[in-house]
Each structure stands twice: as C-alpha cells, then as structure tokens.
Write a new protein. Structure first.
Length: 252
C-alpha cells in the first residue's frame, strides 16, 4: 500500500473520529477493512475486483465490509477525490442469492460481440473457470505440457495454488489473445461492460466463471471436482451452484 493510500485512510479515520461517536475497536475495524480495499483502484472495476476477492467470506462479514466501504466512498466523493458515484447499487449479498450465469448459446452470442483479443480471453475464462486475477497472475513458466495435455499452475486467492489440465485448443485461446502480454484487467472489464449493453444481459469475467461451474455440474461432473477446479476452500461455497435446478439449465 502506497503512502497516498495510507494518508487517505488516515484522513478518513480522522473524519470518522471527529464526526461520529465510534469506539476504538470500531475504528480499528474500519482501518482493517479499508487497508484491504485500498489495494484496488478507486474505480468501478476496482470495486468489482474487491467484491470478487471477498465473495467466499461469510455473508455477515461481507455485509460489514460493504457498509464500511460505502461510507468511505461517499466521503471520498464529497471530498471530490472520486468524480462519479458508481456504488449506488452496492448491496450486501443475500444468503440465498443465486449466481448470475449464461447458457452456452448466450456465451456464444457474447463472444461474437467481443473484439480482438477479448474474444479469446473471454472464451479462455469460460473454458477454465479462472478468476480474472488468476489469469493476470499466470506466467509462461506456470504452463507445462506432456503428451498433448497442458498443466496450468494457478495462483489463487490467499496465495493458494492449484493445477488444472487443458487440451491444446484451450491453451491456443490464451496465445491467440497475445499471452503473456494480455490487456490489463481494467480493459478486460471495460470490454465486458460494453458487451453486456449490447447483449442486454449482465456479462462479466466472473459471470463466465459461474457459467463454467454450472455447465460442468449440468454435464454430471461431481461437485467435489467443481470445487477443485474453481479453487474454493469450502464445499459450501461451491454448493450454491447446486441450487440451480436441472430444469433451469438447457444444454445447447
């Protein structure tokens, strides 16, 4: 965390201490949450990336953090540190909220709308279930090949590592996109937002991850395999996908 970020947090905490009656422990909690959040850019894409990073945490924990962040962003807007409000729709997660996902035919439509190199990036994310941050962290030395099968060493959240195996047609998507010189995640997210407008449906790298998980489960693969492929630490996190009943999924 840079000096500017530290100063910004200090300034906000000073404001909270002066204008609100909060305990020392509450202030420490605010500081802890903001130090975690400020590692991401103060943009809509940065907020989206942060929410993805905390998605496996308990709903109550996410709710607490979102309240702190929303108050901080409102203050930053009032102080003209941030020029526009992009967090109006920010809400704590619902405990029974089903993930947003797209059918294979909707994915195909979205891919047809994507420009180079984003089509290949989005298709690779859909075929592998990687988080956008994991794609960003992927390096050439993380990819090995044996007998036509490619093994990818994925650096997940919390420095957790996992491996996934893919065929040549999947790895080719990565190289067609220009790997290892891929666009920055912010550019990828911006392209996804453009596609969502044309598609008339939500479309983000994380929705591709959800769609991957639902496709694999719909094909009859065990939930433990899906958990492993997604890099979830708890089976409960993966179990949300099982709440999408089979009559809601059309394989095409």
């Amino acid at each position: 965390m840079g000096m500017e970020a530290k100063k910004l947090i200090k300034k906000y905490l000073r404001y909270v201490k002066t204008h609100r009656k909060v305990s020392k422990s509450t202030l420490k909690n605010y500081e802890s949450v903001l130090k975690e959040f400020i590692k991401y850019p103060l943009t809509e894409e940065g907020l989206e990336s942060y929410l993805e990073a905390i998605e496996e945490q308990a709903p109550a924990t996410q709710e607490r953090k979102i309240v702190v962040i929303k108050n901080f962003l409102n203050w930053a807007y009032y102080k003209r540190i941030i020029k526009e409000i992009y967090w109006d729709d920010l809400r704590p997660p619902r405990r029974k909220h089903l993930p947003k996902w797209l059918t294979p035919s909707e994915i195909e439509k979205a891919l047809d709308l994507a420009k180079y190199p984003y089509r290949y990036i989005f298709e690779f994310l859909y075929k592998t279930g990687l988080r956008i941050g994991e794609l960003e962290n992927l390096k050439p030395e993380d990819i090995t090949q044996e007998n036509g099968i490619y093994t990818l060493k994925i650096h997940g959240k919390g420095n957790k590592e996992r491996t996934i195996k893919v065929k040549k047609n999947v790895i080719d998507l990565l190289y067609k996109a220009g790997f290892p010189n891929l666009p920055h995640r912010r550019q990828i997210q911006k392209e996804a937002h453009k596609i969502a407008k044309e598609l008339g449906k939500p479309f983000t790298p994380h929705i591709l991850r959800h769609s991957f998980a639902i496709r694999i489960l719909a094909e009859g693969k065990p939930i433990t395999l899906v958990k492993s492929l997604l890099g979830h630490s708890k089976l409960d996190t993966t179990a949300i996908y099982t709440q999408i009943s089979s009559d809601m999924v059309v394989l095409d």
